[in-house]
Design a protein around this ligand. Structure first.
Ligand code: ADP
Length: 355
């Protein structure tokens, strides 16, 4: 039985907002509610002064939704918007950049990697593409803007907190030739995502503008899945060269991919092309090829829409194992066909003069 938005909202209506004493739905603090199969995500947006007090409410909301039949996982985060001042990441930080798209000094191109739904391999493609471009001699940065599940620190094997020696700028971390900044590096591991003070969007904008990216040929932004506020803000605030949309070949995934493509059309962001991930599975025992999620769907979709098709990546255990171990397959097994699939995509971007 699949869960509906109304069922979730009805459940959240039983949770009280400590500030207004109304329920959290009537108090209008529930934002960005998404349902992805059994996975439910939402944001509670409150005033900065309320941020700290919201944790019990967040936990109660998660617990209540978790009890609903059909719900397998619940992620909720609290974002706090500053009442008067522009959001700041640290004390003494400068206000965020102006409202329109702004270039980042030293960064030549920004490419966003997006997907219509979670779990299709957007982060895997982003990290492998980043190291593949670095292997081609490009100066590469990766901004992990997936606020719900920042996975790049793990995929790139980066730990530790970024330093901010002057309290104004943030020094990113580096591994495998890639400069990385992630929401995940700003939080303690396993800690709930609670933004006290800065509004989430402000924090993202500051990750673009206050991180010392240095000289980069390309900054890859790993967007959260779907078509919510974060994606639209990024498309509007950053001077994006274009977006790459990752999809599996399944019809349902492609349906969601279409929504992402539509969002980019509406925000006037160029789509650089589509990538089909988990395309073919080659049995590691017998070499038999199987198309577990179908095959060629993303290519056909790209052709139908007149978009470039950037390549297909097989469904392969080495890709997952390498990412889990903190060295993308392009680094861990550079000569494997799996690595080659990512390198071909990187080469295409270079050959077309995009990077
Ligand atoms: P998303 O960013 O779209 O949510 P991830 O990149 O986090 O997706 O991938 C989800 C899971 O699937 C991860 O465990 C990842 O290692 C695995 N995965 C992604 N692409 C592949 C692939 N081509 N072959 C095998 N596993 C993959």
């Amino acid at each position: 039985m699949s869960i509906t938005r109304e069922q979730i909202l009805d459940t959240l209506r039983r949770i009280e907002d400590p500030a207004s004493k109304k329920d959290i739905v009537s108090a209008d603090i529930v934002r960005a509610l998404t349902i992805d199969g059994g996975e439910v995500r939402f944001v509670l947006e409150v005033a900065a002064s309320q941020g700290a007090a919201m944790e019990p409410t967040r936990l109660a909301a998660v617990e209540a939704v978790e009890k609903l039949p059909g719900v397998t996982k619940v992620s909720a985060l609290v974002t706090a918007h500053s009442e008067k001042q522009p959001p700041n990441l640290g004390t003494g930080a400068k206000p965020a950049a102006p409202a329109g798209p702004a270039p980042i000094p030293g960064v030549k191109k920004i490419i966003a990697v997006a997907s219509g739904k979670g779990g299709v391999g957007k982060s895997t493609v982003s990290s492998n593409l980043a190291v593949a471009l670095a292997a081609e001699g490009k100066k590469v940065g990766l901004l992990d803007a997936d606020v719900y599940g920042p996975s790049q620190p793990r995929m790139l094997g980066v730990t530790g907190h970024p330093a901010s020696p002057d309290g104004k700028t943030i020094l990113p971390l580096r591994n495998h030739g890639v400069t990385l900044m992630s929401m995940g590096l700003m939080m303690k591991e396993n800690e709930a995502v609670v933004w006290r003070g800065p509004m989430l969007m402000g924090a993202l904008q500051q990750m673009l503008n206050q991180v010392q990216w240095g000289e980069l040929d390309v900054l890859i932004i790993d967007l959260p899945p779907g078509t919510g506020d974060v994606q639209i803000t990024m498309a509007q605030k950053a001077e994006i060269e274009g977006a790459i949309v990752v999809s599996t070949p399944q019809d349902v995934a492609l349906l969601d991919a279409r929504k992402a493509l539509d969002m980019f059309r509406k925000t006037n962001t160029k789509v650089l092309g589509m990538v089909e991930n988990m395309s073919t599975h080659v049995c590691s025992n017998c070499g038999h090829e199987e198309h577990i999620f179908g095959h060629g769907g993303a290519k056909a979709e790209a052709e139908k829409l007149g978009l470039p098709f950037l390549g297909e990546v097989p469904l392969d255990i080495d890709i997952r194992l390498a990412s889990d171990a903190g060295a993308p397959v392009v680094v861990a097994k550079p000569d494997s066909p799996q690595a080659q699939a990512f390198r071909d995509i990187a080469r295409k971007l270079i050959d077309q003069g995009i990077v």
